[in-house]
Design a protein around this ligand. Structure first.
Ligand SMILES: *[C@@H]1O[C@H](CO)[C@@H](O)[C@H](O)[C@H]1NC(C)=O
Length: 150
């Protein structure tokens, strides 16, 4: 599926960045906060409870960020939380049901996100995207990731 290809691409891009950038130089604003490819002027980070996640125990995510070019449109804008290693282990997507104006800093909770059986090393990717007419081609607006166990 195209959606899986998008995530696989993001993971590869994320892992390439981890290798390319000395780790200390990455600014981490939260548990998940390393930037992955997204439109300029967008940032997000997420704090997790618990962190790090425990296999098969749901996690509450607090997501904060801002997007200069985009707002959050109820039922059109989605949050995706993906657990990946070389493949996508699990991806959880939820439509947001509230509004934020373009450029407004946002903060919201995503409760009880299911956690898969986790390998010893994996990445978490958090993505904000808008649905489009093509369900396989969401429009990416903001993205961050964290690697755990590498
Ligand atoms: C997540 O939030 C829900 C609702 O506030 C709460 O019942 C649950 O205990 C929280 N889970 C964790 C792991 O903090």
């Amino acid at each position: 599926m195209n959606r899986n290809l998008i995530f696989a691409f993001l993971l590869l891009a994320a892992l390439a960045m981890v290798n390319a950038v000395p780790y200390q130089l990455l600014k981490r604003a939260g548990d998940v906060g390393d930037p992955c490819p997204a439109p300029e002027g967008s940032y997000i980070y997420a704090n997790l409870n618990p962190f790090p996640p425990v296999s098969n125990q749901p996690v509450n995510y607090t997501v904060e960020g801002g997007m200069l070019g985009y707002g959050i449109t109820p039922y059109k804008t989605t949050i995706t939380i993906a657990y990946t290693d070389k493949h996508i282990i699990e991806a959880y997507t939820k439509a947001l049901d509230f509004y934020y104006a373009k450029g407004a800093p946002f903060s919201f909770d995503v409760l009880d996100v299911p956690t898969p059986q986790l390998p010893s090393a994996y990445a978490i990717i958090v993505i904000i995207a808008d649905k489009t007419d093509d369900p396989n081609k969401p429009e990416l607006h903001a993205c961050s990731f964290a690697t755990i166990g590498y």
